[in-house]
Structures are given as structure tokens and as C-alpha cells.
Design a protein around this ligand. Structure first.
Ligand code: M6R
Length: 618
């Protein structure tokens, strides 16, 4: 869960590395560093804190170079210290940056210690630097080209590692190249004109090039100014397809917004419309939305098992209500990190659906592999990042079109996941013979109206910001919802705790009296999602239970919910009830509440403490 970038060019690459690291900060922001190499040696600068601090230090030291690597860290092995920050250096000769976790680092450390290597950090990464150095020295036959030795040393070293890694390495002995390797963590090579790059994702290098090669599992590569060579896990040179990325620079910039989270909340009408575009264009819900073979696969499905983490899991929970009610198929939803370690029941005809914004969440990836090992034949991934690991490992794919999501708290990814899952539901419903053309047309019409209704909900921002002022001084909050809106209560509580650090819990409103009601007093704000659906009267009774204990209610109702404000009962009305798509609309106010509460508390909204955007560790 770190970000890496590297460059070789005729120009000074330090600004490219620094800009790249700033774009990769979403992957980790504990510390950062860069190293440059030339025939005179390897130099590095590292700092704890944000990339901007390291940038200042690099400028003060007059850092310049035409070959360099950089890293932004989310600490796993070893605390947040400068000594643990990357790049790690071996014998002053070789510098390396790493994303991932090396599982056999302790054995390798013992072995390298016995060979005379001294360790300066507590990281698993330093082991790799020394191991490559060791192989480099071992391969020092007279006349052997040092560049070739560097690649061969990397290829030998990775065969002795277990775990996950994306690596970029440079050496004083071979100042005309970078070498890199990928296993279990994303890594791509960027192709420029007389300059080439390596990065964890395309956002890091998009200012320099859009032409990229995604490395595959086990690949290594040699990157020189004049060209790139890629080798497979057996060290055979291979050709990998060149992709032209459509990530735009504008999508990576803040524009008029204060935070990426705010920008991403406001992008939702567009993001949802883009995700729905294909269905709206063809005027219906065709299985091919999920891939060419999807009709054949989905027709035989007798149930659905959804696997995901965090916000994506809550999207899955919402989908369960839809899939069982509309498609008439049994649907289970499970947190990926739990599923992967239990003896799960597997019906080969149940479709495995993984949901992941990043496409690289380790627990979700491992749950997918585990499901396949249990005999599940059909897999479908709903993902926001093209070419990422989870969709690549899945039979069918639906890419949400949210665009780059940079704020750690997921917002537009969630609502676009809901849009994709609703489409999947209707496709399954049609294949099950439960959605007749008239009903399908009705759903399509509701989807057409969805971006507009989301925009109306966004217009409530000033009222919600006023509520947030009252939340800012609280220590705890409860979120209640029922049915389809219970997952939205969970999502609201997660958003609030993630970015404002207020302790928040969500319950199905009917469960309150079975325990959590004991928490309610005048200091406890209770957020209620109360749309005008068939459970509204039940929710109103649950609200009475809260009010009777002095709890203060903050109610998100629909225009037609028939609520009145009274002492201790605050009401904000979202647009007219949006039927089965109501959870999408009711997500917007809880996102805005969390955002404005965090703003009022002065937290780091886009980079909350202890978290990172992509969770590629257990
Ligand atoms: O990339 P993924 O969707 O697989 O990520 C899953 C969770 O880590 C993620 O949703 C996390 O809970 C977010 N920070 C929530 O805002």
C-alpha cells in the first residue's frame, strides 16, 4: 500500500518524481523519498510526513538527476521514521523502492546478515536491496556488462522472495537503466519519447506520457532511455500490449474545490450518467454490458455470492435487497477478509461478484482466488480501475466510470457501484423471466432520471453544512435505516468515522431496542434515513423510542415523507421518493454530512490518519 515511481530521461527527472509522488499520495502518506543515480554514486532524500516536505528538502539539497526512483509509504513493517522510509540503499551502490510485503523477510535477513550485510531499518524492503546487491556481486564475472548483471540480479533475487512486490531499482554501476519487477502489486511502464517511466498507476506519469504497458504477474523489465524490454516469470523476453490511457490531467486536479472528496461528491451525477451510458444508449439491460460471454454465463446462474470490503461491501449489501426482490435469486454478501478464511459452502452455479473501487484490495483478491478454488465457475468483477488485478482475474467485468477517485473516503465509486449492481440485477431478472419488457422500460426510465435526482440531493448542501456545525462537537453518533437503507446507514457511519474521527455506529432501526438504545441520551445525535417507503411508519416508531430517551434526531426524509420538525427533531427533505433507487439518493446527504463535519473539525479530509486508499495488505 505504497506508491512508486521511476524515470530515466535526458532532462532532470526530480520534478517528474515529485509530481508523481504527490499523485500517488493516496496510496500512503506516512513518509516519502527519492533516490537518483549517476556514475558518481547514489544519493537519496527521505522525510517523514507529506511529499511536500520531502520536496522542500530535495530542493534545499539541490537534488537533480536524469535517473531516479521515488516512493510514498504507508507503514507496515517498522514505524514511521526516516530510517524506514524508502528508497533503501545497499552498500551505497544500489537503491530500491517497494510496494507490497515480503513474507520470508526474516529468513532472508538472517541469511544476508551471515553474508555480512548490515541492516539500518526495520523494513522487509531493505532485505530486497541487499539480496539484489548480493546477486549483483555474485554475478561479477570479468567482462560481464553491469547493466545485464543488474537485471539478472533482480531476476535471481525475486525468485527467492515470497509475498507481494512492485519494485524499481537503480544502481551506480548501471546508470543507463532502471529495472523493475511485479508480483501481486500493480506496476506499469510508461513509454515516452527518449524517456521512459515506471509507476504504480498511470496518474503518476500522465503529465509525461499516456502510453503504458501493464506488467503482468512475475514480469521483470529493463527501462532505458531508448527502449523497454519486458521478461516473463521464466525470464523470457515477451511483448506486452501498449495501452493509451484516457486518464485526464483535469480529473486529477482539484479545480475549484477544497478537497478531492468534495469534488468527487459533486461529480456523482456525471459519474453515474457515464456508468449508465451503455444501457441507456441501447435502451435496455443486455447481458453484454458485462462482457461478450455474459449472456451464456448469467443464464445458468442459480444464486449470487458477493465479496468485498468497506464501502464496496455496503454496495453489495444494498444489491442483495435488489437481487433477491427483482431477480428472485438467493444472494449472500460477505466481507472478503472473513470469507477467505472460512470453510465456505460453494455452489458452482452461484456467481461470485467481487466489488472493488481500486481492483487491488488484497482481501478481495484472495477471496476471489479462494472462491475459485472452492469450485465456483463464474466470476464477475465490478471495478473502477481498468486493467487492475481483480477484474483481470475475473471472467466477467463491469467497469464503473467514476473516473479517478483520490479522496481516501470512497464516494462516487460507491454510487456508481450501486448503478452497476442495479443493472446486473435487472439483467439477471430478465434472464430469470421475472422482468417483463414493461418493467424493464420502467427501470430504465428511473435510471435516466437518477443523475438529475442526485443533483437535487447535492443542492441540499447548505442545510447539511449547518447540521454539521452541530455534529462537530460530538463524540459519538448513531445512524439508523431499515431495509434497502440500512446499508446506507452503515455507509454514513463509516464516512463519518473515517474522516471526522467521531465514533459512529449504524443499526437497522428495528434493532435499536435490542441493545443500542442504552447508548441514547441528550449527547447522542441519531441520524435517521427515513424515505417514504413501506417501512416509514416502522421507522417513525423507532424514532419515538429515541426521542423518549432524550436523543436528538437528524432525519433525512423524502419530500413526501410527511414529517414535521419539532424540538429535538431536525428534518432535511431529499427529492421525491426515488423508488427502488432511493438508496443512491440517500447516500448523498450522509456523504455531505461527513464531509462538512470533518471540515468543521479541521481534519485532513482527503488523507485521514492511519488510512490509505488502496489496501493491498492483510
Ligand atoms: O478499493 P476497494 O473498493 O476494494 O476498497 C475497499 C475498502 O478499503 C474501501 O471501500 C474503504 O472502506 C474506503 N476507505 C471507504 O471509504
Amino acid at each position: 500500500m505504497c506508491g512508486i515511481v521511476g524515470a530515466i530521461a535526458d532532462r532532470d527527472v526530480v520534478p517528474v518524481l515529485v509530481e508523481g509522488l504527490k499523485r500517488l499520495e493516496y496510496r500512503g502518506y506516512d513518509s516519502s523519498g527519492i533516490a537518483i543515480a549517476d556514475a558518481a554514486g547514489v544519493r537519496r532524500v527521505r522525510r517523514t510526513g507529506r511529499v511536500a516536505e520531502m520536496e522542500q528538502a530535495a530542493a534545499a539539497e539541490g537534488f537533480r538527476g536524469t535517473l531516479g526512483i521515488g516512493h510514498t509509504r504507508w507503514a507496515t513493517h517498522g514505524g514511521v521514521t526516516e530510517a524506514n522510509a524508502h528508497p533503501h540503499i545497499s552498500h551505497g551502490d544500489l537503491a530500491l523502492v517497494h510496494n507490497g510485503i515480503i513474507e520470508n523477510h526474516e529468513q532472508q535477513r538472517e541469511r544476508l546478515r551471515a553474508l555480512g550485510y548490515a541492516f539500518e531499518s526495520q523494513t522487509d524492503t531493505e532485505v530486497i536491496a541487499h539480496l539484489i546487491h548480493h546477486h549483483m556481486v555474485q554475478g561479477q564475472a570479468p567482462g560481464t556488462d553491469p547493466g545485464r548483471r543488474l537485471l539478472a540480479a533482480l531476476q535471481a533475487a525475486v525468485k527467492e522472495l515470497t509475498g507481494a512486490y512492485a519494485l524499481a531499482v537503480l544502481s551506480r554501476a548501471a546508470p543507463d537503466r532502471l529495472v523493475c519487477a511485479r508480483m501481486g502489486c500493480p506496476l506499469l511502464v510508461g513509454l515516452g519519447e527518449g524517456e521512459n517511466f515506471v509507476a504504480s498507476d498511470v496518474s503518476a506519469i500522465v503529465q509525461a506520457t499516456r502510453r503504458v504497458v501493464f506488467l503482468e504477474e512475475g514480469d521483470t523489465a529493463e527501462i532505458r532511455r531508448e527502449g523497454v524490454r519486458v521478461f516473463d516469470a521464466g525470464d523470457r523476453e515477451v511483448r506486452r500490449e501498449v495501452h493509451v490511457s484516457d486518464v485526464s490531467l483535469a480529473s486529477l486536479e482539484l479545480g475549484p474545490y477544497r478537497h478531492f472528496m468534495q469534488k468527487e461528491i459533486h461529480e456523482q451525477p456525471r459519474a453515474i450518467a457515464d456508468t449508465l451510458e451503455a444501457a441507456i444508449d441501447v435502451g435496455g439491460f443486455e447481458a453484454e454490458l458485462f462482457g461478450a460471454r455474459a449472456g451464456e454465463v448469467l443464464r445458468g446462474v442459480t444464486g449470487v455470492q458477493i465479496l468485498a470490503c468497506g464501502t464496496s461491501y455496503y454496495a453489495g449489501l444494498t444489491a442483495r435487497y435488489w437481487i433477491e426482490a427483482i431477480a428472485g435469486l438467493p444472494c449472500s454478501v460477505e466481507i472478503a477478509s472473513e470469507y477467505r478464511y472460512r470453510d465456505a459452502y460453494a455452489d458452482p452455479d452461484h456467481l461470485i461478484v467481487t466489488i472493488s473501487q481500486s481492483g487491488e484490495t488484497l482481501d478481495t483478491m484472495e477471496a476471489l482466488k479462494y472462491a475459485k478454488s472452492l469450485g465456483h465457475r463464474h466470476t464477475l468483477s465490478i471495478c473502477n480501475v481498468p486493467e487492475s488485478a481483480i477484474p483481470r482475474a475475473s471472467g466477467l467485468v463491469c467497469y464503473t466510470r467514476a473516473g479517478a477517485e483520490i479522496g481516501v473516503a470512497s464516494t462516487k465509486a460507491f454510487t456508481t457501484q450501486l448503478a452497476a449492481l442495479f443493472q446486473l440485477t435487472v439483467v439477471l431478472g430478465k434472464l430469470q423471466g421475472r422482468v417483463a419488457p414493461e418493467r424493464e422500460a420502467g427501470y430504465l426510465e428511473q435510471l435516466r432520471r437518477l443523475p438529475g435526482s442526485v443533483q437535487h440531493a447535492l443542492n441540499l448542501e447548505p442545510q447539511i453544512a449547518a447540521w454539521a456545525e452541530r455534529f462537530a462537537g460530538k463524540h459519538n453518533a448513531l445512524f439508523l435505516g431499515r431495509g434497502l437503507h440500512y446499508p446506507i446507514a452503515l455507509e454514513g457511519a463509516l464516512k463519518l468515522k473515517e474522516i471526522s474521527y467521531i465514533h459512529a455506529e449504524a443499526y437497522p432501526a428495528g434493532e435499536l431496542k435490542h441493545g443500542p438504545l442504552a447508548l441514547v441520551d441528550a449527547a447522542m445525535p441519531v441520524v435517521v434515513i427515513a424515505p417514504n417507503d413501506r417501512l416509514l411508519e416502522k421507522v417513525k416508531s423507532n424514532m419515538q423510542e429515541v426521542r423518549a430517551r432524550g436523543g436528538e434526531l437528524f432525519v433525512f426524509a423524502d419530500q413526501d415523507s410527511n414529517f414535521t420538525q419539532s424540538e429535538g427533531v431536525h428534518v432535511i427533505r431529499t427529492p421525491r421518493h426515488a423508488g427502488v433507487l432511493s438508496p443512491v439518493i440517500h447516500t448523498i446527504p450522509v456523504q455531505l454530512l461527513a464531509y462538512h463535519t470533518a471540515l468543521a473539525r479541521g481534519t485532513d479530509v482527503d488523507k485521514p490518519r492511519n488510512l490509505a486508499k488502496s489496501v493491498t495488505v492483510e
